[in-house]
Design a protein around this ligand. Sequence first.
Ligand code: ATP
Ligand code: MG
Length: 318
Amino acid sequence: MLDALWQRRALLVSGKGGVGKTTLTAALARAAVASGRRVLVAEVEVSSDEQNGPSPLASLVGVREPGPRVTEVSPGLSFVRLSPIEGQRLFLQDVLPLKLMAEAAMRMRALRRFLEAAPALREMGVLYQMLHLIRSTRSDGGQRHPLCILDLPSTGHALALASLPDTLLSVMPGGPIGRSVREGMGLLRDPALTGALLVTLPEPLPVSETLELAAAIQRHRIPLAGGVLNRVPENPFSPDGRAAVEKLLGEHGPHQGQRALGRLDRARAAEARLAGSLPVPLFTVPELPATGIQLVERLAQYLTRPAPNAPSRAGAPS
Ligand SMILES: Nc1ncnc2c1ncn2[C@@H]1O[C@H](COP(=O)(O)OP(=O)(O)OP(=O)(O)O)[C@@H](O)[C@H]1O
Ligand SMILES: [Mg+2]
């Protein structure tokens, strides 16, 4: 089921704050590595002042010093923090005839200020560095990073990245910039190469927001790869057991158990609504009693478990 995801070159993990994007990026990467893929997990540097600041993703994959250079964490798993400045440097290097000139240009304070001031140029740097990594090959000609999983910091960021090619092309349609933007656009918009994974929680409002995000992302012609319904509570009841519990709770007045039952119902409704509205597979991921790296390991195990026969052990598209 996940194999279809691993065939792509770039997975963009997006969703509202706190829904589990970073945790799932790390877990998906581990699951892909366990299936024999080589994976680069990437995050976007928040600001150039924080080039070496803390990174939740880096800690979850076991990197101590996150930075704009690729770090190999373990066989098959690498990490990078995409940096606008690094991407812009690579861009100038490709556009200006000599590497030395590109480096000299990047040292000019005025140029740096200009590049940092325009938000589109920040995004361009990020996109360019990502493209550069995706295109990079090894000495034997093979792909250095066959699969890149990018943890996007916010839905706004996903949309900014998605709308970037149009913005840039409208300003600079020709020349080397236009050419590299077109190339980026070709990659970002090809469903065989790129896909957005939209993470959400099993409650009505987050689901509505996710459906809006899915529509916005598609309007920008970024392909969707899947929905991820995260933190789905375990349903311990058989239909008979549930009826018995409801009867008991009914007889004894309001009780905390009723809240738990309500949560289960909302999770089921969320799953049905997403499965009915998203044009892509929906993966359901359970709420697990763990945190940090331990949670990532357990989620990766869950994602790579043998194909379940019983439909109640969700994870397959509905
Ligand atoms: N399946 C899960 N079961 C239990 N806890 C989870 C699960 N997924 C995520 N969490 C917890 O939810 C919290 C938020 O997760 P995470 O930081 O990955 O979200 P995020 O979407 O990356 O947040 P942000 O938008 O702030 O970057 C963390 O404490 C994490 O441990
Ligand atoms: Mg995060």
